[in-house]
Design a binder for this molecule. Structure first.
Ligand SMILES: [Zn+2]
Length: 323
């Protein structure tokens, strides 16, 4: 039953305001109450031979989703948020892959990337790295409650979510031979999360998850006291390693598919926040004042980027890491 009643009119608005107030008081999360519902709607687009992306359409809390179709099997990368999105992605994968065996992996445990995995349980072999599985077990329920509190649309999208364990767990990296296409899954965290994973297909197409976004401020999930694991310094190191791969096509977690320039742009922003925090801390500026300064300057410098609300989270994470 994947029919989502989104509500409308004054009752819906009141619910949204209540959810916003609750979220603001408890976790200071970004306000997404006015965002469109996080529904995966796109059709798969072939970005390289046998490699498809269901584009996010720049809808908040919808990720880019990958489907890699080999001669013998197919791999799905990320599910969208909730069981209905998961079912939609599974349907698209079946349409492209026919009756080939399916694998599912996720770039990281965040709800919009992996909380549709239950639709694949029994229909695909689910593969995570060990740290991903452990982070999902540790934080999954908390994130489910946090996201459901953000807006009625999110609560509806997450209705009926069951967090499922992977069927296969690996350490380091895993290579999946799909027949004519090879996917290398690699644990690269901590960075955006403790257990970020990249997927490199045929040495050519790199799925980065939220390590990279296109024309939007990267998400710094610094939510004390619930989650303070984002690691900006390690994130920069990871981006340097990803740049060195020189992949021809980069599929970010959110935003348009591009190339290595996307990685360099995110690195440039993170290094800017790092340097500014260092400068302002040395001058005795408080974290709250630094948020004001860096937020203002970064919005001006990256004026075409969406989601500027994440600037302050990044600044607070860097300040906390500096001790
Ligand atoms: Zn994320």
């Amino acid at each position: 039953m994947c029919v989502v009643d989104l509500g409308s009119g004054s009752a819906g608005a009141a619910d949204a305001a209540n959810a916003r107030n609750t979220a603001g008081a408890e976790s200071a999360l970004p306000d997404v109450s006015d965002a469109p519902p996080p529904v995966v709607r796109g059709e798969p687009v072939e970005v390289a031979e046998g490699v498809f992306v269901i584009p996010d359409g720049r809808v908040p809390l919808v990720p880019n989703i990958g489907i890699v179709v080999g001669e013998r099997a197919a791999l799905v990368i990320d599910t969208g948020l909730g069981p209905c999105n998961g079912a939609y992605v599974l349907e698209q994968a079946r349409r492209l892959a026919g009756d080939r065996p399916l694998y599912l992996t996720i770039t990281h445990f965040h709800p919009e990337h992996g909380f549709g995995a239950q639709a694949f349980k029994g229909a695909a072999t689910i593969v995570y790295n060990r740290a991903q599985r452990d982070e999902l077990r540790r934080k999954g329920a908390g994130y489910l409650a946090m996201f459901a509190g953000l807006s009625p649309q999110l609560a509806a999208g997450l209705d009926g979510v069951t967090l499922v364990d992977p069927d296969v767990v690996y350490d380091g990296y895993a290579e999946i031979d799909l027949g004519g296409h090879t996917a290398v899954l690699r644990g690269v965290g901590p960075a955006h999360t403790t257990s970020d994973q990249t997927v490199l297909v045929d040495g050519q197409v790199l799925f980065t998850g939220d390590l990279v976004e296109t024309r939007m401020f990267p998400i710094a999930p610094y939510f004390p006291p619930h989650d303070t694991d984002v690691d900006g310094a390690a994130w920069i190191d990871v981006l340097d390693r990803l740049s060195a791969i020189e992949a021809e096509i980069v599929v970010p977690g959110h935003g348009e598919v591009g190339d290595g320039a996307l990685i360099r742009e995110v690195r440039g922003y993170l290094a800017y926040v790092r340097d500014e925090v260092e400068r302002l801390r040395a001058a005795g500026v408080s974290v709250d004042d630094a948020v004001v300064v860096i937020d203002r300057d970064a919005r001006a410098r990256w004026s075409t980027w969406d989601n500027p609300e994440w600037i302050g989270f990044a600044v607070r994470a860097w300040y906390a890491a500096a001790g």
